[in-house]
Design a protein around this ligand. Structure first.
Ligand SMILES: [Zn+2]
Length: 367
């Protein structure tokens, strides 16, 4: 059985996720970073690639295990702001672990020894913060998410500061998430969810951390699992104030655009990703609204202010007064009295972030 799902390239351009820096060198199947507009387009379901097929568990007659689900087929009215329900990305594939359990395993590796030394602790602690909320994979916890370092011993045999498929380490799974640090950039970025590839495409999943902060690493893990930014939900304006002109770099970008005789500059800088990037206002891509039919939202309970996937109020704030008064911040909660309030720094996954995992990384009973 073959399942092939084609996703229109234009659709991919509309979902933006997490990051501030320019994407690393492009790769055939990679998204670039949190910003998905470089996506190509064809994503295929399981059992189509030679190398990744081994990651899947099939029953002897070729059927999938009980309760096997593809992200795109789940109820689009449930869950958080994610890219899985819309079928743009997938949950990490199911395998059978050493104990014989069906698990969805996020395979990761560090690009080389130095990066492992720098990040091992941070990455493990970030996984732990998810694990503490989720519990171990089991029928009781309701999820089958597992993380495993599959480096042999690292992602690359010879890491040279760029993703080069030629240098991928023999013996390390090609679909492993390549983790590395890029100090001094102040930003983190990575791929969103799991991507199937027509060819083996080593290094197509990656995460780059700007520092060794555990909370930020846990946020990036949310993206790895398939979560998008809560504050980019299409309906976010009902719940939060986004003041684009309070972001660092807005006035400079505005000047540049006006000098280029552009019109409707304020609106375009804050709503059109390509326009913002053209005038060096890349940070806006981390705030622009997604479109509802491409990503899903929380149910009737509304917005999740506690999600680890929302930015705190003073992220990228241009005005120091934001530290004292949320009215001066790029992002703030909409108050019932008309006075806005701070969005705090959520360093741990919320109950809804966890519910997302239980939906897409659902425990599968043993056959
Ligand atoms: Zn993010």
């Amino acid at each position: 059985m073959k399942l092939t799902i084609f996703i229109v390239a234009a659709a991919a351009a509309l979902l933006s996720v997490a990051m501030a820096a320019a994407p690393p060198p492009g790769q055939q199947t990679a998204t670039g970073t949190d910003n998905l507009n470089t996506t190509t387009s064809t994503v295929e379901g399981p059992n189509i690639t030679s190398s990744d097929a081994a990651s899947f568990i099939f029953l002897p007659d070729g059927r999938f295990p009980p309760n096997f689900t593809f992200g795109g087929m789940l109820d689009p009215n449930l869950g958080s702001h994610d890219a899985l329900s819309a079928g743009m990305r997938y949950a990490w594939p199911m395998i059978r672990d050493d104990c014989g359990r069906f698990v969805r395993r996020v395979k990761y590796c560090f690009v080389n020894e130095d990066n492992k030394t720098a990040l091992r602790h941070t990455f493990k602690e970030a996984i732990k913060s998810w694990r503490q909320e989720l519990g171990e994979p089991s029928a009781e916890s309701g999820h089958n998410l597992q993380f495993k370092d599959v480096g042999n011993p690292y992602c690359y045999a010879n890491w040279q500061n760029e993703r080069n498929p030629e240098n991928w380490q023999d013996g390390t799974d090609v679909d492993a998430l390549a983790v590395r640090i890029e100090r001094g950039t102040g930003s983190a970025y990575g791929t969103l969810g799991y991507q199937f590839a027509l060819e083996s495409a080593p290094g197509r999943h990656y995460m780059v951390l700007g520092d060794d902060h555990v909370g930020r690493a846990a946020h990036e893990i949310g993206h790895v699992l398939g979560l998008a930014h809560e504050h980019q939900r299409s309906d976010r304006d009902q719940y939060i104030e986004f003041r684009c002109n309070k972001l660092k770099g807005f006035s400079d970008a505005k000047k540049r655009a006006e000098q280029a005789a552009e019109f409707d500059v304020d609106y375009k800088l804050c709503n059109y990703q390509d326009f913002a990037i053209k005038y060096g206002f890349n940070i806006a891509t981390q705030y622009t609204r997604g479109l509802g039919y491409l990503t899903t939202h929380d149910g009737a309970d509304g917005f999740d202010y506690k999600s680890i996937m929302i930015y705190l109020s003073w992220e990228s704030a241009d005005d120091v007064r934001c530290r004292l008064n949320a009215e001066h911040c790029p992002l703030a909660k909409k108050g019932e009295t008309g006075i806005s309030a701070f969005v705090p720094f959520n360093e741990r996954p919320s109950s809804r972030d966890v519910a997302f995992v239980r939906q897409f990384y659902r425990w599968v009973p043993q056959p």
